[in-house]
Ligand binder design. Structure first.
Ligand code: LMR
Length: 333
């Protein structure tokens, strides 16, 4: 029997489709994880640990590609890219969610948490955990909190002890209205800048100062372009690891479970490491001897605390008094 040409063609197309779908089924799911800091920071180490654990748990099923240092997307674009599906996981600082929820502003209130242990307790509490779901209506799912550390003030001036020492100075801030209010309250001029632009802005004098934990200061060499870093511990810089909820919900069940387990493991790892890295980097900055590290007395710290107190009142309605009370209570345990 002769086979007619159109039938042959159809057969060809079917075979090609069968082959390509087999090929596709064999392809691992690519999970792009983009962030803005260096590999040797708490977040950088957490992302690499997540890759290791996810690929070990789901061999051949997922490939995690980690892009550090704003290589793939910087601050301005990463959230948009996540919502468009161009990247699957990002971990912005909690100060960068203003546009999506006002609740996370709780983490930016100056002197909210006495130490990282208090912050950790709040994040682990029902109130802290519920904030992971505070952006689901926007298509964003919170997978975990990752620690970095407490922020220190730095400037290109010799004198940095009291709040009045930063009057009139220009400060780089993350894109947070609370941080903007904090610096205005101190009589300084805040400027929102992407993390990748900070070194140059400090070096060229576009801004006089900044605030960051030791790990970011050291890994970005900010201490080489600042004169004084004061140990103010005036606020926290932590992260929410987030994904696109549509993408996450559409994953095969076993892959989602494997990624969740890998995320839990990476979270534990990164959070244990964070204070160690910050302590190490504080020492390395001291050893480098480029910027002076200024210790403050209890009275000095009290003066900073007092000076920024009105910021809490300003944001109380947006954040909610009840949430503020719960966060404060985490200091007592
Ligand atoms: C910053 O912009 O200073 C930080 O949020 C960077 C980071 O991701 O730690």
């Amino acid at each position: 029997m002769k086979i007619r040409v159109p039938v042959l063609k159809t057969l060809g197309v079917c075979l090609a489709l069968a082959f390509s779908s087999t090929a596709l089924a064999d392809q691992p799911i690519v999970v792009k994880f983009s962030h803005v800091v260096a590999d040797k920071t708490p977040k950088g180490q957490g992302a690499l640990k997540f890759k290791e654990l996810a690929e070990a748990a789901l061999p051949g099923k997922v490939e995690v590609q980690v892009f550090p240092n704003s290589q793939l997307f910087g601050d301005g674009k990463e959230m948009e890219a996540l919502l468009l599906g161009d990247v699957q996981i990002i971990a912005p600082s909690l100060a960068k969610f203003d546009r999506y929820t006002k609740k996370l502003q709780i983490y930016d209130l100056p002197f909210m948490f006495n130490d990282m242990a208090a912050l950790d307790r709040f994040q682990a509490s029902p109130a802290g955990q519920s904030l992971l779901d505070s952006m689901t209506s926007k298509g964003i799912k919170g997978l975990a909190y990752w620690h970095n550390g407490l922020k220190q003030m730095s400037t290109n001036k010799d004198q940095l002890v009291r709040p009045e020492d930063i009057k009139g100075l220009k400060f780089r801030i993350q894109s947070s209205d609370v941080l903007e209010a904090q610096f205005r309250q101190l009589g300084a001029n805040p400027q929102k800048l992407a993390f990748a632009e900070v070194y140059q802005a400090l070096q060229t004098g576009v801004v006089d100062g900044a605030e960051n934990p030791w790990s970011n200061i050291y890994s970005q060499k900010f201490h080489e372009v600042q004169k004084t870093i004061a140990i103010t511990n005036h606020g926290a810089l932590d992260y929410m690891v987030i994904t696109n909820s549509g993408w996450w919900d559409g994953l095969p069940e076993d892959v989602r479970a494997g990624l969740k387990k890998a995320m839990d493991g990476a979270t534990e790892y990164a959070n244990q490491l964070a204070s160690e890295i910050n302590d190490r980097d504080q020492k390395l900055i001291a050893e480098a001897g480029k910027a002076k590290i200024q210790t403050l007395t209890k009275r000095d710290v009290a003066a900073w605390r007092e000076a920024v107190r009105p910021v809490w009142t300003k944001f109380a309605d947006q954040i909610g008094e009840d949430l503020i009370a719960k966060a404060r209570a985490s200091n007592d345990e």
